[in-house]
Design a protein around this ligand. Structure first.
Ligand SMILES: [Zn+2]
Length: 402
């Protein structure tokens, strides 16, 4: 087939046929290096109009992409070169049907947003993982989203006909239509959801709305004056439900409660945790005060100051900070505290003249750790290879005569 010859597109009238015979006219590398097969006619949908392309096989060889050029030639990218002649073709039905469900669902949902909130779809995306429509023309809230979703599902469950028609632009621009037809176009293909929606479209669609099963809006977000609505249709909605149901079921088992009671249970756990946290803070403060008194009694008296040099048993940083602050409130007391996992907190009275920058922060960095603070207060993190006790003793030696 010469470039520029239009491929007969059979999917336009019949998106349900998935096995067919065709003549392979050429199978050559295109300028982008893609091995592109051209058939005289095809049921493979080329990516266009927001709908992803089909997958499947030609003569048993995998079709990895399908696209078209301006002249209407459809190209099928193959994983391996094949000889020209009659070939057996097969379309991946699960993927095709998924695209049909998402696309017809998108038409219905877009119309539903017009009906409930006069919100126009200005663009849409049907991806392999996510589907979205971008809405403009009004405000969107949970209530409107819920109403649009309910309306869309009612249309699905009424099992209305979905008709593929061709006609003049006037026939598709009645009060139901939401997309103007480009100038100069005399005939358009349009999709009509009986009595509900009508719009020019070249995608593949189901015959009746009931084939969609259901539609679910997942979330919406505002971006630059438009609302982006995420949704899923049919099997995708089912898969999502099944996945989430499994999670909910496991949670219910874990909390030994019914699915309906999980929220209550989590609410109770949250308040309990808050209460425990408050209790823990109070107890930690008491413990720190008690421990500070004890450490202060055993402190080393040096040059008129009390030095507390201690490896604290409690590994929590918040607790060690609390302890350091309790010791700071004691007169002329310098505390050099550490934990077994490498935390060091050093605190001296601000008028003591002691500066920990070099002996703690820089020293810790030189040993491969890190540190922060200023003047009479410093924290450091030591690598596991450094003994915290030895580090604290070294700091003590360095500052004891300041
Ligand atoms: Zn469409």
């Amino acid at each position: 087939m010469k470039k520029g010859t239009r491929t007969e597109r059979l999917y336009l009238q019949d998106p349900y046929t998935v096995t067919f015979q065709a003549s392979l006219l050429s199978c050559e590398k295109d300028p982008d290096g893609r091995l592109a097969a051209v058939l005289d006619k095809t049921y493979f949908y080329p990516e266009s109009g927001g709908q992803p392309s089909d997958r499947g096989t030609i003569a048993g060889i995998e079709v990895v992409d399908v696209w078209e050029d301006e002249s209407g030639t459809v190209y099928h990218e193959l994983a391996k070169k094949i000889e020209t002649g009659t070939v057996e073709c097969e379309i991946d039905w699960r993927k095709r049907f998924d695209h049909m469900q998402q696309h017809t669902g998108q038409h219905i949902l877009s119309r539903a947003f017009i009906e409930v909130g006069k919100l126009e779809t200005v663009s849409f995306h049907l991806g392999e993982d996510t589907c979205t429509i971008d809405l403009e023309g009004g405000d969107l809230d949970e209530r409107a989203v819920g109403a649009a979703e309910t309306l869309a599902n009612n249309i699905i469950w009424e099992n209305r006909d979905v008709l593929v028609k061709t006609g003049t632009p006037e026939e598709t621009t009645d009060d139901l239509s939401r997309k103007s037809v480009p100038e100069g176009v005399t005939e358009v293909r349009f999709i009509e959801v009986d009595g509900f929606d009508k719009i020019g479209c070249c995608g593949t669609h189901v015959r009746r709305t009931g084939e969609l099963g259901m539609i679910k809006v997942l979330k919406y977000e505002k971006a630059k004056g438009t609302f982006r609505v995420y949704f899923e249709v049919g099997k995708r909605a089912y898969d999502d439900f099944a996945k989430k149901h499994e999670i909910i079921k496991r949670l219910a088992n874990r909390f030994t409660t019914a699915v309906e009671s999980i929220e209550d249970k989590v609410g109770k756990l949250q308040s309990e945790t808050q209460r425990f946290r408050k209790d823990l803070q109070k107890l930690s403060k008491k413990l720190a005060e008690y421990e500070a008194d004890r450490l202060h009694k055993d402190a080393r008296l040096q040059g008129g100051r009390m030095f507390v040099v201690e490896l604290v048993a409690e590994n929590r940083e918040d607790y060690v900070r609390l302890l350091a602050s309790c010791l700071k409130s004691k007169k002329d007391t310098v505390s050099l505290l550490g934990t077994e996992d490498g935390l060091v907190i050093c605190n001296a009275p601000s008028d003591s003249g002691i500066d920990f920058s070099r002996v703690v922060i820089e020293r810790a960095k030189s040993l491969g750790g890190g540190g922060g603070g200023k003047g009479a207060f410093a924290t450091a993190r030591l690598p596991a290879s450094v003994s915290v006790t030895e580090f604290l003793e070294e700091v003590f030696e360095n500052v004891k005569n300041t």
